[in-house]
Design a protein around this ligand. Structure first.
Ligand code: AMP
Ligand code: GLY
Length: 427
């Protein structure tokens, strides 16, 4: 099989790593890829949202399966375009990707399908949003309705903060048209959990859970990022909780999408708050998380490629996945200045030695080769340093040993990824 992965981050490197191990694979391509992916796949210099060019490439190169990593190409209709050209693409259509690209779409679906979620209202004017905040009081959550690259959510501890968020997002259009409409939401309290399922429109296979660390600094301080580290499995995700999430959230969402004529295929990322009243949906995403993907795939014992094909073909009902009884933990190395102004161009050394440590895999994200062939930083999140171990403590010790073996003084990471899970005190 000839497979094309779309994207260039640590998530896509992990996907290429898993797919490269498949005995069914004959050739792997990645567009645009990165220097780490180039060791496993042929990198194709096409942007992830250059859909017409990607379809042309897939057709000219007899691609049997396309797997888009990020949300942008999905929201832009890569699945619709590939399928129109007769090329299987494991991801939702643009209509089904609205589960991520429109918060109010998802909240309406939750209400229709009785999926537990925070109370909410959709506001199309700043006046209505201010009034909703006055009615609800603080704490309260303000969300831009559209895609805002992780910057569209303000969890406001005070009403003043919430009103200021509406001024910035709606009146000031700080996020562009993504903020033309906002959702004002009840603030949920509890432990957060990311849960993943592979879906074929009708059936869903659980892929397990992961805990992300979104803030840039130790102890969950500083601004939000794309994610600074993750681990899996999550102790809080018991088999009973997984069954509840599948029965009350995942399957009702699939049924509601099918009833609307827009069945959901691909990876459903279920962002949850484990509240005193049970799990409640914070948001859906329509793809793997980054860095969550990097801790889920090293635990997968089954071949990923036939599972993705079965999802495209509506055959997950007969499918089963097997998992290693291992813990996985990922530490993101970011360029100093991330997330506001990451500095580019500094050289990274010592990766081969770090990657040879037991249980360690290093996935590239924002890296590049300079003219002299040296590996340099070229983005905010630069590397994901992953390790597996018998338990979270061992995976954590191995991942940080690899981090410490990398010679990159201009990079930084959080030092507390998985600390609570490793100590057996929660998470
Ligand atoms: P999102 O971009 O939707 O993932 O939201 C970013 C973060 O905001 C989430 O990971 C939560 O930590 C927080 N958040 C979103 N919605 C709520 C809510 N209703 N109550 C409390 N926290 C929330
Ligand atoms: N790590 C969070 C995300 O991928 O959205």
């Amino acid at each position: 099989m000839r497979v094309l992965v779309v994207g260039s981050g640590g998530r896509e490197h992990a996907l290429c790593w898993a797919l490269a191990a498949s005995p069914l694979l004959s050739q792997l391509f990645c567009a645009p890829g990165n220097p780490g992916i180039a060791d496993l796949a042929t990198c194709v210099p096409l942007g992830a949202t250059d859909i017409a060019a990607l379809v042309g490439f897939a057709r000219d190169n007899a691609i049997d399966l396309v797997f888009p990593g990020p949300e942008a190409p999905l929201a832009a209709g890569i699945t619709d375009a590939m399928e129109a050209a007769g090329i299987p693409c494991c991801g939702p259509t643009a209509a089904a990707a609205r589960l991520e690209s429109s918060k109010s779409f998802t909240k309406t679906l939750c209400d229709e399908a009785a999926i537990p979620t925070a109370g909410w209202e959709r506001c199309t004017t700043a006046e209505a949003a201010h009034a909703a905040i006055r009615r609800r009081g603080a704490p309260v959550v303000v969300k831009a309705d559209g895609l805002a690259a992780g910057k569209g959510v303000v969890v406001a501890a005070t009403a003043a903060e919430a009103h200021a968020a509406v001024d910035a997002i709606m009146t000031g259009r700080s996020l562009g048209e993504a903020g033309a409409t906002v959702v004002i939401e009840e603030c949920l309290a509890g432990e957060e959990l990311s849960f993943f399922a592979l879906c074929d429109g009708v059936h869903a296979l659980p892929l397990g859970g992961a805990q992300d660390h979104k803030r840039v600094g130790d102890g969950d301080t500083g601004p939000n990022t794309g994610g600074m580290g993750a681990y899996s499995p999550v102790p809080a995700l018991t088999p009973a909780l997984e069954a509840t999430i599948m029965d009350r959230i995942v399957r009702p969402a699939l049924a509601a999408m099918t009833a609307r004529g827009t069945p959901f295929r691909g990876i459903l990322f279920v962002g949850l708050m484990l509240t005193a009243d049970g799990p409640k949906l914070i948001e859906f995403n329509v793809r793997f998380g980054d860095p969550e993907c990097q801790v889920l795939l090293p635990r997968l014992k089954s071949d990923l490629l036939p599972a993705l094909l079965a999802a495209c073909e509506g055959e997950l009902g007969q499918f089963d996945l097997r998992w290693y009884d291992l813990a996985a933990l990922a530490v993101v190395l970011a360029a100093s200045g991330y997330p506001e102004a990451p500095q580019r161009g500094s050289e990274i050394r010592g990766l081969a030695a770090a990657a040879s440590l037991p249980g360690v895999q290093i996935f590239h994200a924002g890296t590049a080769r300079d003219d002299a062939g040296r590996l340099v930083a070229a983005g905010g999140r630069v590397l994901t340093v992953c390790a597996t171990g018998a338990d979270a403590a061992q995976a954590r010790a191995r991942a940080y040993a690899a981090v410490d073996a990398i010679d990159w003084p201009e990079g930084f990471c959080r030092r507390d990824i998985g600390a609570r899970a490793a100590a057996g005190t929660g998470g």
